[in-house]
Ligand binder design. Sequence first.
Ligand code: ADP
Ligand code: MG
Length: 698
Amino acid sequence: MAQGGLNSSVQNNKPNPKSPTASLFSIRQKIAQHRKSLPIASVEKRLIEEVQKNDILIIVGETGSGKTTQLPQFLYNAGFCQEGKMVGITQPRRIAAVTVAKRVAEECDVELGQRVGYSIRFDDTTSTSTRLKYMTDGLLLREALLDPHLSRYSVIIVDEAHERTVHTDVLLALLKKVQRARLKPVGENGPQQNSVLRGCQGRKISPLKLIIMSASLDARVFSEYFGGAKAVHVEGRQHPVDILYTAHPESDYIDAALVTIFQIHLEEKVGDILVFLTGQDEIESVERLVQERLQHLPEDKRKLLPLTIFSALPSEQQMQAFAPAPTGFRKVILATNIAETSITIPGIRYVIDPGFVKARSYNPSKGMESLDVVPASKAQTLQRSGRAGREGPGKCFRLYPEREFEKLEDSTKPEIKRCNLSNVILQLKALGIDDIIGFDFIDKPSRGSIVKALEELRLLGALTDECKLENPVGYQMSRLPLDPVYSRALILANQMNCLEEMLITVAVLTVESIFYDPREKREEARASRNHFASVEGDHLTYLSVYRESDEFLEKRKVAGSENKIDKIMKKWCKDNFVNSRSLKHARDTYRQIREHVEQMGFTVSSCGNDMLEFRRCLAASFFLKAAQRQLDGTYRALESGEIVHIHPTSVLFRSKPECVIFNELMQTSKKYIKNLTIIDPLWLTELAPHHYKSAEPV
Ligand code: ADP
Ligand code: MG
């Protein structure tokens, strides 16, 4: 593998805040200085030369060196956006696409959505003037459905490729094909004529440049995949980081993290703290606990400001983490693994790493996907500690004994090997790629999981018995930006006249958790939410939360200003133990999916109070995830035969009905099913006869 060895020698030449001229620096000058001080700035010219020379370039660089924010601007300045062409930058995570695009718009001194914009599922800020487009990898895959040559792009940067999300992996394979197709004169009969070339209308399309960017040091796998593509390194500046371990394993890492936060706050020198947690619930609970414990400290010791970063956080709040803390305050940023490499928050000196991450896992033989909290890999752990040493020497507190570190996996297994593939396979089929088993994946998913996904798509009615995408339902499903099972639910609901109810349900199911469930106040939360609870299950409960919030808003809308409404809505959420961030996210999602289905020609109708019909529709949609009570009170998932338990947060936890459908399986101490609705087992044979006719469920 060729190594470019682009070392940086630029010294940090930030303005000295003590100099008398410092106050004269405008924000613009400060930004310009910051940009110049980044390691990547000194190698701009050479990087551009490498891009000009190589159609595929791999750039490996330490986190925070400026790859994501600077390289697209270099390309813009070097003329890669002439004649209306765009540079597309993909990110595995929505929140990274949003925060980075905002930052780059600020650096370019343009309004977001003009030269610089982002586009993520359900939120597109781009316009015809956009030249630097940040987006999720999944979104670019969807764009390929409409524009198989991705002809508006001169360069596509696949960022954070080391994350190896399933979308990144599929995108890399697709881009390889698109790049080859764009090298050929259009109209020539190439082997891809029936696949990605489909849809080309005899135009001459310029070649496509591909840049693969990654934070980890092993570029070999990408280089080999792209036939020995050139790889260059951009060096960062890393200061020493002291790694501290606990003497014994911690039984409660949340509590251990809290103790450590306060220990740092009270005993260590200035510098912000970054804590890696596994998800929104955990982050919000730690945020609350920090606030509470601060109240017990003397007034002068309370200058600790908790801030949060996770994917569902509205973007205004995401940006708060980047702002410097008020004078005398120390920030403590509570983040998911998004802060490992995707975004770099300035000022961090201390990292707290409990050593866990939320990850998907999939058992193809049982067809069961679950989202579990698992130990992080060594590579992740090293990235996490590295965050403490960007601006000076730092400390990383690993909340486990040193011997545990040795037991960690070296790196995270690519997601494609541990997830349900029905979503991407449907998209590949829609792109005209029929031979999924022979497809050029960077890491092949197991044959078993491909077969299982094809089978699932067949059962959902998306594919024919020969596994071809030919019927209208399949095309409709591939067009909706949702999991196939949710797309199918909307199509069915349209036929069963409960589309309105299903739209709300699907919107709520796509956000992390609509309820605010502080573990220390679980009973109180349950009691105050009682009036929403439906004896028939969680889906109907979500429906009534959503509808009540709707009515509440409707009543106030006439009177208040936007700000005031926001405030009283938050109060309503607090009183009812509803998570206001999640509710807002669900409302936005609802609007967007509704637009999609309306564009597909559906009329949104409601079944009114006929909840029986809606439950039948849920059964018809989610028949693959049905579970039946057994004599010992546990449940058996009908499809996989697994023994599962109703999650304590379900409204059906106590009533233990005979038969339910569910949406989520989660493994913690036991296998739990979440988001349940009671069904009549006979509905399964009636509504999904193709699946249940021989396998009698009762
Ligand atoms: P890389 O992609 O190499 O990890 P980035 O381009 O994301 O690096 O970040 C470069 C620098 O820009 C970092 O020092 C980071 O702190 C800073 N930065 C990025 N986003 C923001 C933001 N929203 N506000 C302030 N600084 C930011
Ligand atoms: Mg980056």
